[in-house]
Design a protein around this ligand. Structure first.
Ligand code: LFR
Length: 480
């Protein structure tokens, strides 16, 4: 039997998942869960690295003996090390306001067309490149003192075993990687004056990078989304995926990136997958809107569980008002319900008042945005899709899965809920030689994990709503 330990750092908590694999049987259990709330310190919104590492040690202790360990986190964030290998301050969280105005500044250095052609990444202010640009503006001395930049999953691995590496999937969220070659984009580094010394040697997903007390430290797919995609349960041809958690990443796997001007204008991203393929996807703000609304209602003294919110949404009248989930005002933390109302007011729609109405508006708008993204992906790739795999926490949001199936007019296959941790585990099992490759891993997931199925319903109603939705997107004049 092989025991492997996966650490997954999500928007509100981090988790240690222990997997036991024997003769085609896979069992996972969460052995430790801990807070991963960013906090305000020294003028920025930051990760709490020392506390997280204390929880990594605790998680390993609770797990008992294990063969290997791997870390995944969301994309784009990083820490800087000084000459002595010490962190130069806690890593800054991408929701910090330091990147405001940086895309505009970057445009004066390289056009969006050039940047997209070089990296294939959807241009988003949170991307590492724009965070580095912000740092150059406000604290150039920090960048001068920095010897190394390590992306978050690599930083956790470094803290355990001292390896300074840069795993490819996490690097491909940076807007600095050439998606065609998988190497750094020299023209981008040169144009923005990013010193090459900062960038650690790149390694592929599944590389053993060191050891910790006899266990192997494996650079899995450091990017959580790519772990989730790695765990897609045996996808059939024509399948699209939706990694649905705090963010919604909707896309498909391709052998080659799409770097056309149309693709840039549609704000579609090419990211590297754990299996070396390209994940061509749209980054949609996702369940963050519901999570942050729930926090706002808590601040107002109203505490609802997610299933209560879903029930209230079900009771509200359908298809009344829509938002563009990706309008810029929805990214920062705060009063999301208030901003949803403002959006509806500004676009001349009925204003959702109650908790149920706001939640319904968010869920429906997400389903509509998924259809919008799928249409764009079809257009840019010439592919038509046959089913959508929803993976991650969103797979247990029944209302959202049902709405999405109806809205896109295709079956939704929901699960696994723990796709990210499972992908992390699979990549370790491949690295240990227990599985031949990720395809075998995906077959294992299909065999051992529950996957629900939703058939499309009310498709004519949704088609009509989509029509209205597109007009609202045009009116709100947000991109993508
Ligand atoms: C999802 C995710 C997305 C990335 C966003 C920010 O957790 O990793 O793929 O765009 O977080 O890093």
């Amino acid at each position: 039997m092989k025991r492997v330990l996966a650490f997954d750092f999500g928007a509100s908590s981090g988790r240690a998942i222990l997997a036991e694999y024997r003769d085609g049987d896979l069992r996972c259990q969460e052995v430790h869960r801990f807070d991963n709330q960013p906090r305000q310190s020294e003028g920025h919104f930051r990760w709490n690295f020392a506390e997280l590492m204390a929880n990594v040690y605790l998680g390993m202790e609770k797990a008992g003996p294990f063969e290997s360990v791997g870390f995944d986190t969301w994309g784009v964030d990083f820490g800087l090390l000084d000459e002595g290998g010490h962190l130069l301050g806690d890593p800054v969280h991408y929701r910090d306001s330091r990147t405001e105005g940086m895309v505009e500044l970057a445009r004066r250095i390289l056009s969006e067309e050039q940047l997209y052609a070089a990296t294939g990444n959807q241009i988003m202010p949170i991307n590492t490149l724009f965070q580095l640009l912000a740092l150059k503006q406000s604290q150039p001395e920090l960048l001068e003192r920095a010897r190394r930049l390590l992306f978050m999953p690599d930083l956790f691995a470094y803290a355990l075993c001292g390896a300074e590496v840069c795993e490819t999937t996490i690097a491909s969220t940076s807007q600095m990687l050439d998606v065609r070659t998988g190497g750094w984009s020299q023209p981008v580094l040169d144009a923005f004056g990013i010193p090459a010394r900062l960038l650690a040697p790149r390694v592929d997903s599944g590389s053993v990078v060191g050891t910790y007390q006899g266990a192997r430290v494996i650079a899995v797919a450091g990017h959580d989304t790519q772990c989730a995609v790695a765990a897609m349960p045996a996808p059939k041809p024509g399948a699209a995926f939706l990694s649905c958690g705090t963010w919604s990443l909707l896309g498909c796997e391709l052998d080659q990136p799409v770097l056309t001007e149309e693709s840039r204008a549609l704000a579609l991203s090419n990211e590297r997958g754990a299996n070396g393929r390209v994940n061509y996807l749209k980054n949609i703000i996702g369940l963050w809107l519901v999570q942050e609304s729930r926090r706002q209602w808590q601040r107002e003294g109203k505490d609802y569980s997610f299933s209560q919110l879903e029930q209230l949404a079900l009771e509200a009248p359908p298809l009344q008002n829509f938002i563009d989930p990706d309008a810029p005002e929805f990214t920062p933390p705060g009063d999301i319900p208030g901003r949803v109302r403002d959006f509806c007011r500004r676009t001349g729609q009925p204003v959702p008042e109650t908790v149920g109405q706001v939640t319904r508006c968010i869920y429906e708008s997400l389903a509509l945005k998924y259809r919008f993204a799928l249409t764009q992906l079809s257009r840019a790739t010439g592919q038509s899709f046959t089913a959508l795999h929803i993976m991650g926490g969103g797979a247990q949001a029944k209302l959202l899965c049902r709405m999405t199936a109806g809205c896109i007019g295709l079956p939704v296959l929901a699960g696994p809920v723990e796709a990210t941790a499972l992908g992390n585990v699979l990549i370790q099992l491949v690295a240990l030689g227990e599985l031949a490759d990720l395809e075998e891993g995906r077959a294992l997931i299909a065999r051992t994990q529950p996957v629900g199925r939703y058939e499309p319903e009310d498709t004519a109603l949704w088609a009509d709503a989509f029509h209205r939705y597109q007009a609202i997107l045009n009116q709100s004049a947000t991109k993508g």
